[in-house]
Ligand binder design. Structure first.
Ligand SMILES: Nc1nc2c(ncn2[C@@H]2O[C@H](COP(=O)(O)OP(=O)(O)OP(=O)(O)O)[C@@H](O)[C@H]2O)c(=O)[nH]1
Ligand SMILES: [Mg+2]
Length: 462
């Protein structure tokens, strides 16, 4: 890849819209602007970051293509750090495509996916975690995911990594000074483990602990509704989704497949799954449906076990409760049909003790909506995903998680080297390796193929 060529791409989605933007980056940006743009006012001086009004014409200057606004952003104060020209035209794909073709005819190259961001990274305009945040923000599906992306874009993760890095450099300085000293003086004592190593490990562990929550925010929460037939699972899905998504009848065994619906709850995406009622299957189809439920329960972040409060509990109910005891930390028991006279005392359920005793227990009416607000609150409370995000230093990418785990392992090895009195060179080596693992996150040190993989997953024009 060379940064000496000039790249161009349509930066807005293809389709009819009020406006569309073409982005050009590279040394020819200014010249291309001069060649294709006819300003309305003759005093167009191409001052950086100024908006000019005029027409875009064909490369041979004979035909006007559109009336536009153009901006030149001179390096290094641009998104990519190179000269950038942005042409804001009318959002017709034909216009956008024709302007792009004129730019290419004059020597521009069509940009690859993510190439603008890649240049921004290579020019030091952002670190790799910020570039990744940008991509995450563009594809964010919920307001909370956007919030995390924005914080990371503002450099929250990069700053946190940088402060941990500083600790390791300090620790390394102590170890390297001790190495020099032992070379000069014999009969030395092994130094104590620099406290910065322990501090850095705490910081990394704190970041790692944000991963699960951040993934819930970015990917959404998987909620599975289970229970025996006819307790009202499909009615609950419909009520939460505010539409008739699943068939509801009074015939037990109505639902056989998994039925999914995504709703927004507290700024989060919540993926609800309604399932076949669990009982001894009547036929092969029902058996298949029940097998699917068991599979889906394994992947659920939260399980809603629905019981029918208007009918006595049965062995089927008890079996479902028992089967899910091991998942007690992510269970909500909702006792449905609270609009009907109760057939048993709900609270008694928890008195038996055991893992279920600390569980969320709610009374609801899926049909009439009673208790659904409390249920929604319990759903987000249980995942901890409704909590406000403080300084935004969270990790959302598996790549970051793996690098942090690598760093922790290296630091543990460094501690072990010191504690077991091994040569200090080994400790220094482990600290260097930990630093490299951290540098993979911000991109200070990262292999080309990883870079390529990251940026090629971006959209064109970004
Ligand atoms: N009174 C009352 N009836 C309800 C309530 N929720 C569901 N029902 C009724 O219970 C029956 C079964 O409801 P469904 O939502 O189909 O139950 P399900 O658990 O999905 O049943 P399967 O798909 O067969 O497993 C229907 O007649 C519903 O109208 C409720 O809150 N109150
Ligand atoms: Mg159903």
């Amino acid at each position: 890849m060379t940064q000496n060529d000039t790249i161009a791409a349509i930066a807005t989605p293809l389709g009819s819209a009020g406006l569309g933007i073409i982005r050009v980056s590279g040394p020819m940006a200014h010249e291309l602007g001069q060649l294709l743009f006819r300003p309305v006012h003759k005093n167009c001086t191409w001052q950086s970051h100024h908006l000019y009004h005029g027409d875009i014409v064909t490369a041979d200057g004979t035909t006007v293509l559109d009336e536009v606004l153009v901006t030149l952003m001179r390096k290094p104060h641009s998104f990519t750090g190179d000269d950038v020209l942005e042409i804001s035209c009318h959002g017709n794909p034909l216009i956008l495509q024709t302007i792009l073709e004129q730019l290419i005819a004059l020597g521009c190259r069509p940009a690859r996916p993510g190439e603008f961001s890649e240049r921004a990274f290579l020019n030091g305009r952002m670190d790799l975690s910020q570039a990744e945040a940008l991509a995450a923000m563009i594809s964010a599906q919920s307001s909370k995911a956007l919030q995390i992306g924005l914080a990371q874009l503002k450099g929250s993760l990069g700053r946190k990594i940088s402060s941990i890095r500083t600790l390791l450099i300090e620790a390394l300085a102590v170890i390297e000074a001790a190495i020099d000293f032992t070379e000069d003086v014999s009969g030395h004592e092994t130094p104590a483990c620099p406290p910065q190593i322990c501090e850095a490990m705490t910081g990394i562990n704190r970041l790692l602990s944000t991963y699960r929550q951040a993934r819930l925010v970015t990917d959404g929460i998987q909620i599975v509704i289970t229970g025996k037939p006819n307790v009202g699972k499909s009615s609950l899905l419909n009520s939460l989704a505010c539409r008739k998504k699943a068939i509801v009848t009074n015939i037990p065994g109505t639902t056989r497949d998994l039925i999914t619906e995504t709703i927004q709850l507290n700024g989060l995406n919540v993926h609800l799954t309604d399932t076949a009622g669990i009982r001894t299957p009547m036929d092969a189809i029902e058996k298949e449906g029940i097998d699917l439920v068991r599979e889906r329960l394994e992947q659920a972040d939260v399980i809603v076990i629905l019981l029918d409060g208007s009918m006595p509990l049965t062995d089927e109910d008890r079996q479902i409760l028992e089967e899910n005891q091991k998942r007690a930390c992510r269970i909500i028991i909702a006792v449905n049909k609270s609009d009907l006279p109760p057939a048993w005392e709900t609270e008694k359920l928890l008195e038996a003790g055991g893992p279920l005793s600390s569980i969320h227990l709610l009374k609801i009416s899926a049909k009439f909506g009673d208790g659904l607000e409390a249920l929604k609150k319990a759903l987000t409370d249980l995942t901890g995903s409704g909590e406000a995000i403080s300084d935004g230093a969270m990790i959302t990418q598996l790549r970051h998680k793996l690098s942090l785990e690598k760093a922790i392992a290296r630091l543990a090895a460094a501690q072990n080297c010191i504690n077991t009195g091994q040569s200090l060179e080994f400790t220094a080596f482990e600290l260097h390796e930990a630093l490299e693992a951290l540098d993979e996150i911000t991109g200070k040190k990262v292999q080309d193929d990883i870079l390529h993989r990251i940026f090629s997953s971006f959209c064109i024009g970004k």
